[in-house]
Write a protein that binds this ligand. Structure first.
Ligand SMILES: Cc1cc2nc3c(=O)[nH]c(=O)nc-3n(C[C@H](O)[C@H](O)[C@H](O)COP(=O)(O)OP(=O)(O)OC[C@H]3O[C@@H](n4cnc5c(N)ncnc54)[C@H](O)[C@@H]3O)c2cc1C
Length: 416
């Protein structure tokens, strides 16, 4: 019996995997998506996408899925100090021509995109798992799915199975976890008395909070801080304690009717790298190719850039060469995000004497170079050509401005 075959098999039907399936189907390629979860649920994941990622989303022609999933534009950004508005800005005024941020429910978008993949003609196996082996000139998948066990052949294999990807191990990829610097927590909340056209950022003594509207009067409340979350938000009413800590950074009535609407979860801020993004006729995308520091909020933007870059390479290059080209390009923009996250971490959650002195030194550097070597606009314009070497680090931290410069140690394992 002939084994059915597709051009591209995608392991993981999260936002990266289904986005890729849709755009490849539109290009006339046949795809299969293997997703292990029968239904998506709130696992506290990315629900606000920075402008550079929204641009990628529009370039892929996938924006309608966000709005169909109940998502919304977030044109403004408001900052608070001591519970009062400290500053506001509109993305489009600050960066004319830019797409503003968007907010959405992660599981709702996962469901909508996976359905979109089916509508575009992809074969979706769910809930399913696959055993995968490399044959002479194709991949052989044995899929254990709802209708039994069946074989599938694919010319090309994509690992889109997230930060702990098992698929990438097929080509000897290992995981490198950067040292954690702080903690990042999130809770979904209903009924906040805040402007739904804005993201809201408040500051507590040792870090900050970000609140993103995602439509339907739902808000994702993220907390960034150095505290041990088990201690700081432990006990029998950990959600109540969390809400209280968050409410204290915003105007009096903002949380008056706040109702928790999902689990509270904390994560270390570590960037997680994949040592090998490319295999033979195979590549990893999204978090499987390297998951950025969640407290910087670049994960969705990064995965939509991956999808666009990979789609364009599959259109133009010999498929034998695509994986290496993709890996080199991916590593270049990922390294900028990884470096920036490591540099800003001690500036945002370190209130020790040394931390405050470092912040003062950096302020001197910003007076000379408000653009911070291009990093100041990274949330709007994305990683482009910002430098990441030692000279750049010294300039970023203003080491040349001080007689006795404070040097921070940001040792990141080199990954080729
Ligand atoms: C707390 C937190 C907050 C975040 N906030 C933001 C934010 O505000 N903005 C932002 O841009 N990013 C944010 N991110 C990052 C963002 O959530 C991720 O980058 C994004 O979800 C990655 O999507 P993905 O599709 O690559 O991977 P995943 O979302 O992990 O999807 C992988 C999929 O593969 C499936 N799968 C896994 N293994 C298998 C298998 N063996 N077989 C079949 N299927 C499999 C899984 O079920 C899942 O559906 C945040 C992350 C965290 C942890």
């Amino acid at each position: 019996m002939t084994i059915p075959s597709v051009d591209v098999a995608i392991i993981g039907g999260g936002i990266a995997g289904s986005s890729l399936a849709i755009v490849l189907q539109r290009d006339g390629l046949s795809t299969a998506v293997i997703e292990r979860e029968p239904a998506f649920r709130d696992r506290v994941r990315g629900e606000a996408c920075h402008p550079w990622g929204v641009k990628e989303l529009y370039e892929l022609g996938l924006e309608s899925f966000v709005f169909e999933a109940g998502g919304q534009r977030i044109p403004n950004w408001t900052q608070y100090r001591d519970r009062d508005v400290d500053s506001t800005f509109a993305w489009e005024e600050a960066f004319p021509g830019i797409y503003p941020e968007i907010g959405f429910s992660h599981p709702a978008l996962q469901e909508r995109l996976l359905r979109g993949a089916t509508e575009a003609g992809a074969i979706v196996h769910r809930p399913a798992r696959a055993s995968i082996a490399r044959q002479r000139d194709s991949w052989l998948l044995q899929i254990d799915g709802p209708d039994g066990v069946y074989d599938l052949q694919a010319r090309y294999l994509i690992a889109a199975d997230g930060k702990t990807s098992a698929t990438r191990k097929l080509w000897g990829c290992e995981t490198v976890i950067d040292p954690p610097h702080h903690q990042f927590g999130g809770l979904l909340v209903k009924n906040l008395n805040l402007d739904p056209t804005s993201s809201h950022q408040g500051f507590h003594t040792a870090g900050f909070l970000m609140i993103f509207p995602q439509g339907n009067d739902l808000w994702r409340v993220y907390y960034v801080g150095p505290d041990n979350p088990t201690e700081a938000f432990g006990g029998s009413d950990r959600i109540g304690t969390y809400l209280k800590a968050c409410a204290a950074c915003f105007p009096e009535d903002a949380f008056a009717n706040a109702t928790p609407s999902g689990p509270l979860a904390f994560f270390p801020n570590s960037h997680v790298s994949a040592t090998r993004i490319a295999g033979e006729m195979a590549v990893a995308i999204g978090d499987a190719a390297g998951a950025p520091d969640p407290s910087q909020g670049h994960g969705m933007s990064l995965l939509w850039r991956d999808v666009r870059v990979l789609r364009d390479l599959l259109r133009t290059e010999s498929w034998q060469d695509v994986a290496v080209s993709f890996a080199v390009t991916r590593r270049s923009y990922e390294t900028i995000l990884r470096t920036h996250a490591a540099w800003v971490a001690p500036l945002t959650t370190n209130v020790s004497e040394a931390g405050l002195a470092l912040q003062a030194q950096v302020e001197l550097a910003r007076a000379d170079d408000p653009e911070a070597l291009g990093y100041a606009s990274i949330f709007a314009l994305g990683p482009d050509s910002q430098p990441t070497d030692d000279d750049a680090r010294a300039q970023f931290f203003g080491e040349h401005k001080a007689e006795h410069p404070i040097r921070i140690d940001t040792p990141l394992d080199k990954i080729d």
